[in-house]
Design a protein around this ligand. Structure first.
Ligand code: PGA
Length: 253
């Protein structure tokens, strides 16, 4: 069984002072817990978070990263800049990046390749929107996102990838898919990964569920076949709630 991997995505929330307060509380709450735990904070909070969480085992991630080395890319942040401040993970292709900032499977692919080449762990988000779900296209959409997103990514490099299955219609809405919908999506993702790589790699890949996870539904979601963890938005902004979610995942068999 893959180690439970529970990561919060702060999105565009929290100043330095707020992150500092959060980490002070959170560090104590999760100390010694046997899970991969992480927070993906805004760029402006990364250096502070990385410093405060050094040697705690809690992963600090960015929410985006540019695929180029350096140069005239106004507003962007490179892999070298992340590593320079002790950040070795990043979300890639979150649905908000895909829908508001036109990120495509092709850009996701370039960012994944760059991150892996630089030793930065990519947490790659995929998921269908409501229209695609209602039209029976979920599996096809996931397959396309995976096939194009991991095009030419070597099997050895791929082992560092975390996948977050986040149905767009469940993000920030309070609507959670049925258990069957989650289990089916996980199976569909692993089937595609088996095709791209092999069954062992598919099984060993950490796949999180994301979308309206909270302290009440965490344990049930955690118990579903194929769910290795969660990517948590809103509920992750409160260290106590996020800690309860982690406990929900650790309680699941
Ligand atoms: P949510 O967001 O938990 O607020 O639905 C999840 C995400 O966007 O990663």
């Amino acid at each position: 069984m893959n180690k439970k991997t529970v990561i919060a995505n702060f999105k565009m929330n929290k100043t330095n002072a707020e992150v500092k307060e959060y980490i002070k509380v959170f560090k104590k709450l999760v100390k010694g817990k046997d899970a991969n735990i992480g927070i993906c904070v805004p760029f402006t909070d990364l250096a502070l978070a990385a410093k405060m969480l050094k040697k705690t085992g809690i992963l600090v991630g960015a929410q985006n990263m540019n695929e180029n080395d350096k140069g005239a890319y106004t507003g962007e942040v490179s892999s070298a800049m992340l590593k320079d401040i002790g950040v070795y993970a990043t979300l890639i292709g979150h649905s908000e990046r895909r829908s508001y900032y036109n990120e495509t499977n092709a850009t996701v692919n370039k960012k994944v390749a760059k991150a892996l080449a630089e030793g930065i762990r990519p947490i790659v988000c995929i998921g269908e929107n409501l229209d695609e779900r209602n039209n029976g296209k979920t599996n096809a959409v996931l397959k396309k996102q995976l096939t194009e997103g991991f095009k030419d990514i070597d099997v050895e490099d791929f082992k560092d990838v975390i996948i977050a299955y986040e149905p767009v219609w469940a993000i920030g809405t309070g609507v959670v898919p049925t258990n069957k919908q989650i289990v089916d999506a996980m199976a569909s993702i692993r089937k595609t990964l088996t095709g791209i790589y092999n069954a062992d790699v598919a099984e060993a890949t950490i796949i999180q569920y994301g979308g309206s996870v909270n302290e009440k539904n965490a344990a049930e979601i955690a118990s579903l076949k194929g769910v290795d963890g969660a990517l948590v938005g809103g509920a992750g902004l409160d260290p106590n709630k996020f800690n309860a979610i982690i406990d929900g995942f650790l309680a699941a068999k």
